[in-house]
Design a protein around this ligand. Sequence first.
Ligand SMILES: [Zn+2]
Length: 326
Amino acid sequence: MLCPRLLVCASRYRARRGHSPYLVRMPRLPFALLIVLSVASCRSQSISEFGDTVRDADIRCLAAEPDMTIASPFGPRRTDELLTKVRANLVALERLFEVEVPATLAVHFRALEMPGIEMQLSEDGQSYDVSGMEAPSHHGVLGYSTRRRGAPEVTIYVVPTGTLAHPDGREITVSFDFGTELTIRHELAHVCAMLADLNGPTWFDEGVALELEYSEWNEAGELVRRPVPVTLRVAHRRRADATLDEVLAWKEDFGAVYTGDEQPFLLGRPLAHALMRFLLQRDERAFPASGESLRARLLRIRALEDDELRALEPEWLAWLTDLPLE
Ligand SMILES: [Zn+2]
């Protein structure tokens, strides 16, 4: 059984442009209005207006907002909660990357195809064992971002609400969260990095997105660095299992991973995050001015040649070995 946290930290993929056959286009609507579509009852009028989005059998709610469009498999209340999360993260990330994401942004929440959920009362009757979550249909992919005809699009996989049969005959509605906000933040970070002209090799792109994904909110509503998130713990533990050269050469065919035809480089993400964090801290020591923006630091890091990075390998490994885990 896959641990959901491992799934979150080790198995998130970014699409190449227009790569996934699962991506649907969400046209911008000419008005700002929350629209709840019951596909079954509105089919004759709405399908042509909203294009392929509502043909997706998952979709129950489409929110056309002034700043983005969101489609989700949940009802209006849950969709509104997701919209709030997207918006809060978007505002914080736009500030950090010094960009403005266009209102053509489309965020599509799609239901994971789950194999079914089972719940059993433990022998002592004090707890429940929940199982059956180990086989999402697309090999660990929790979200991806892309751009279609210039408009940024983000797809986030969510766990559909399930029903558990309790031994006493009751049916209990259950919802699971695989860390949806982290996936939202990760994919929006890719979008913002793209708009800030900060794309680079895979280790760089994923290192940036993971650094933001594992940031945390401070009391002022800003995203700030989390000292040692799970990715860095994994990188610390597994630092001898892959070389810097492997991290620098990392390439990923999203489509092949999605279909299961290619095994992902599972250590790629933790080690890319560790390399990015190390380089950011190194840059902060070299350019300590408080006015230095994240974008400026990332531009300097992206400009480093592979040979310069290789020369830093001993220093990076020493840093990784000495990470304060407590
Ligand atoms: Zn990513």
